[in-house]
Design a protein around this ligand. Sequence first.
Ligand code: SAM
Length: 380
Amino acid sequence: TSNAMPHAPCCVRTANWVGSAIDGLLCYCRAGFEPELAGELTERAAMAGFAGYARTERDSGFVLFVCDEADALSRALPWSTLIFARQKLRVFADLDMLDPRDRISPMLAALPQDIRFGELVMEHPDSEHGKPMAGLARSLGNALRPALRKAGALTREANPRLQRLHVCVLDGNHVLLAGSEPEDSAPWPLGIPRLRMHADAPSRSALKLEEALLVLLDADERKRLLREGMRAADLGAAPGGWTWVLTRHGLRVQSIDNGPLRQHVLDTGLVEHLRADGFAWQPQQALDWMVCDMVEQPRRVAERMASWLREGWCRHAVFNLKLPMKKRWQETRLCLDLFAQQAGRPLTIRAKQLYHDREEITVFVTPASAPSPAGGRGLG
Ligand code: SAM
């Protein structure tokens, strides 16, 4: 299947609405992190040889990257390699000043001519301004879906192999139309996996590791790399959320923290609590996993994580890098480069700002020899 998005009719202007074809990427992010995402897209596009520019507004929860060669750019920047993008869509229309009495006709008119979408995803930015659009997005979707089917632009039954059509509602009279490739995008609306906090989880942080395992590993890796009887270390473990997640996969965990762990985590019989400094402690035998959620300067964490991989103390790792308030994209780049250099061995490194990450990103590392079905998912 080709993932080229045929051009929509350009710059149509009627008495009632203003629509313009726009070529580029629409990426969602945590509100407040638009400069980081814009910086990442701009730098990655330039490195891949594409001209373009980011259009962004602080706290909007999304970035538009405008580029004439958007299909090729999209292929050069796979979703899984973008750190600050929760979702990556191929945007093709920007419809503003829509008439509330008929928002559907302009949307139908702006669709690419010969694409049949397999699903319609109605969404809105995850921002203060965007969240109240959820109701409108839903009702608009209810009206649009049958109209799309009638026009032959949407399959009768959902078809997960075909491109999805995304309608991003920015305002009552302003929507963006975009498409996504199922194999190169987040499968969740808004790019947010809905995870329920388990009643037994010792902390909300447990959701961070659960999300990391869901987003940064594929299904095959989760099965192969997380098996009963494996051994792990958890640096900065208290009160025990991440340790608890690992024990639920049957791993035996050495949990390093001066703070206390919740009793029911210790009661699993799989956990050894060690009151030690996570920057000095090292395991006596090579472990399968190391996870680390210590709140510390990101460069210091990156360097310590690199020692673990270099010395072979663990095979796989998940760690957080807490980002400072300023120059967060540059700091991210710097820390990941530092880590890759100092680890000194071929690694697959995947990093994302997860939904449950606030001022931080999460990194997954595994030996590069491990087959990676998506191919080339390392940092660009
Ligand atoms: N991942 C944990 C969970 O899911 O419950 C939460 C970890 S909390 C964000 C950070 C922890 O790192 C704190 O409990 C703190 O005591 C610990 N920490 C910070 N610096 C540390 C160090 N040098 N050695 C060991 N633990 C450290």
